[in-house]
Design a protein around this ligand. Structure first.
Ligand code: C2E
Ligand code: MG
Ligand code: MG
Ligand code: MG
Length: 288
């Protein structure tokens, strides 16, 4: 009987894996189609200065307008794209779309802050700087208009080759941000080896501010370290004025989160820029 139930379990397990594999294959196929059919688009989420309340940047976030399932979030399809390698094509599409958009905005005389684009670790090879340079040139976009967001997994893989590529990108004039900081496995000391201009504190530490003692301690440590390394600090996922005030008192530079705005379609972001939409900073807290 025991054997039977183990067998049943294995069967069930492999059936589940089979389902998952099928689901992934279906998504992959549909994604390829999506690239061809123009179902992909970029949303933009503003980053605001905690000193001035002004928009000082934005992150381009990929969206998929599926003909049947509607707007699909990247949480669903990016992991599949990473697994299948399709992320390389998606990544190129994103970079191209962001540059085309920046060109369009600049042609419309909008004063553009830098736009951040997320990069997968798989895109990070020795040809990356050339590939980006070609796209920038095609749209006459200055490298200073682009920030690249990368995750810690890249640092862990982190041989000298990765550092060399990062140095090249920085030398071209692009900002490099470390995304979701604190969720990976890189040690703090490790960080100084990498030419990173910006640290993004992950949303998971922001959620508990200012009530969770541990989150406060982590946020404080990250900000202190980043200041020492002369890196800019962006807090992700800021949803409340309380969180904002705490982060501002810590000396965090920028905020990105629903408190100011969700990611929005390009036209809405352009309106925010045009209208000079600002974050209400409120009364300053007395120093702690
Ligand atoms: P990320 O790069 O860390 O982007 C921030 C995510 O946090 C976005 O989710 C954004 O909508 C969400 N977010 C921002 N503020 C708040 C907030 O106040 N509350 C909450 N609950 N969420 C907030 P999104 O757009 O679903 O993207 C998820 C992830 O997918 C991104 O995380 C990034 O890792 C990946 N991704 C998105 N676009 C691209 C892309 O073009 N290329 C690559 N390689 N990855 C991408
Ligand atoms: Mg990001
Ligand atoms: Mg992030
Ligand atoms: Mg994140």
């Amino acid at each position: 009987k025991a054997t039977r139930s183990i067998e049943a379990g294995l069967l069930f397990y492999s059936e589940e894996m089979n389902q998952r594999a099928k689901e992934h294959m279906r998504i992959e196929g549909e994604l390829r189609q999506a690239l061809l059919n123009g179902e992909l688009l970029l949303y933009y989420q503003p980053k605001v200065s905690l000193r001035s309340g002004r928009i000082v940047g934005a992150e381009a976030l990929l969206r998929w307008r599926h003909p049947v399932r509607g707007l699909v979030s990247p949480g669903v399809f990016i992991p599949v794209a990473e697994e299948t390698g399709l992320i390389l094509e998606l990544g190129s599409w994103v970079l191209e779309a962001a540059c085309r958009q920046i060109r369009e905005w600049q042609d419309a005389n909008l004063i553009m802050p830098p736009i951040a684009v997320n990069l997968s670790a798989r895109q990070f090879d020795s040809k990356l700087p050339q590939r980006i340079a070609a796209v920038l040139e095609r749209y006459s976009v200055q490298p200073e208009q682009i920030n690249l967001e990368i995750t810690e997994s890249l640092l862990v893989r982190g041989a000298d080759a990765v550092i060399a590529i990062m140095n090249e990108l920085r030398a071209m004039g692009m900002g490099l941000a470390l995304d979701d900081f604190g969720t990976g496995y890189s040690s703090l000391a490790y960080l100084k080896k990498f030419p990173i201009s910006t640290l993004k504190i992950d949303r998971s530490f922001v959620i508990g501010l200012p009530h969770e003692e541990n989150d406060c301690a982590i946020a404080r440590a990250i900000v202190t370290m980043a200041q020492q390394l002369r890196q800019e600090i962006v807090a992700e996922g800021v949803e409340t004025a309380e969180q904002m005030n705490f982060l501002r008192e810590l000396g965090c530079d920028q905020l990105q989160g629903y408190l100011f705005s969700q990611p929005v379609p390009a036209a809405d972001f352009a309106s925010m820029l045009r209208d000079g939409k600002r974050l209400t900073l409120g009364a300053r807290l007395p120093p702690a």
